[in-house]
Design a protein around this ligand. Sequence first.
Ligand SMILES: NC(=O)c1ccc[n+]([C@@H]2O[C@H](COP(=O)([O-])OP(=O)(O)OC[C@H]3O[C@@H](n4cnc5c(N)ncnc54)[C@H](O)[C@@H]3O)[C@@H](O)[C@H]2O)c1
Length: 275
Amino acid sequence: MSNLAGKVALVSGSGRGIGRAIALKLARHGAKLVVNDLDAGPGDAVAQEIRAAGGEAVAVNGDVAEPGFADRFVGAALERLGGLDIIVNNAGYTWDATIQKTSDEQFQAMLDVHLVAPFRILRAAAEPIRVLAKQEAAEGREVFRKVVNISSLAGLYGNPGQVGYSAAKAAVVGATRTLCKEWGRYKVNVNCVAFGLIQTRLTQAIEETQATIDVAGRAIRVGIQPKLLQTIDRMVPLGRAGTPEEAADAVYLFCTPESNYISGQVVTVGGGLLM
Ligand SMILES: NC(=O)c1ccc[n+]([C@@H]2O[C@H](COP(=O)([O-])OP(=O)(O)OC[C@H]3O[C@@H](n4cnc5c(N)ncnc54)[C@H](O)[C@@H]3O)[C@@H](O)[C@H]2O)c1
């Protein structure tokens, strides 16, 4: 199947988890990929996996929250893969604490990775998209581009211990709706996918994993309290957490031509969990 043949897609945080599943899925459907991860090893490995399967991919690794990253990321799509069709803002991590224990640095880190970084990436893409869309319109062609921002049920409904994370994930919904209105004239569909509980490193039982995310010189523990995990699992109408592949399927829907007339929407992907 190649309904995305020739499309150039950028997926941030695609060295692991949901981002990796998205990158592989888009590549399987014919897209050329700009992969990114904070950790060069996993980022390079995903790009290599795509190339080994006969696809095209480059890795632009690094912290999405660093100034200058957005230009490198968007520039790679245009200069190395010759286009700019799909942007998935997926990179992120959690740094949890109740509000009284949340430092300014911690709160800001959540805004930086989940909100400021997508904003900068989309701002860097704005002018190239405007120019491409103008050319296509002059040629009488209607070419749809796709933005998928990743949010969370925590962003829509709140989650104790995640004041920074949930604030940023809520804000990205506002950014999605604004860009839907600003970029409609360029034929860009801008949508949001808000995940519930998806099985990744981010949602492993914290006692079973020693996983840390090393960002800006800090090692931050990732994982969830096992009791909370069991509670959420029990609450999911479909009876279990989702897989990264199921999460990627939802993002893929917003990247296909079948979603060309859908914009400004938030779809929750949580097995029916609505809070
Ligand atoms: N797993 C869930 O249940 C769940 C639920 C709701 C939302 N999400 C969101 O989905 C997205 C993907 O999360 P995941 O569960 O796949 O986690 P994950 O840890 O498995 O994968 C995330 C990847 O992003 C990378 N990353 C993190 N910060 C980065 C940065 N600053 N710059 C570049 N890369 C960075 C990590 O190194 C990692 O490889 C995140 O935005 C997360 O908030 C996940």
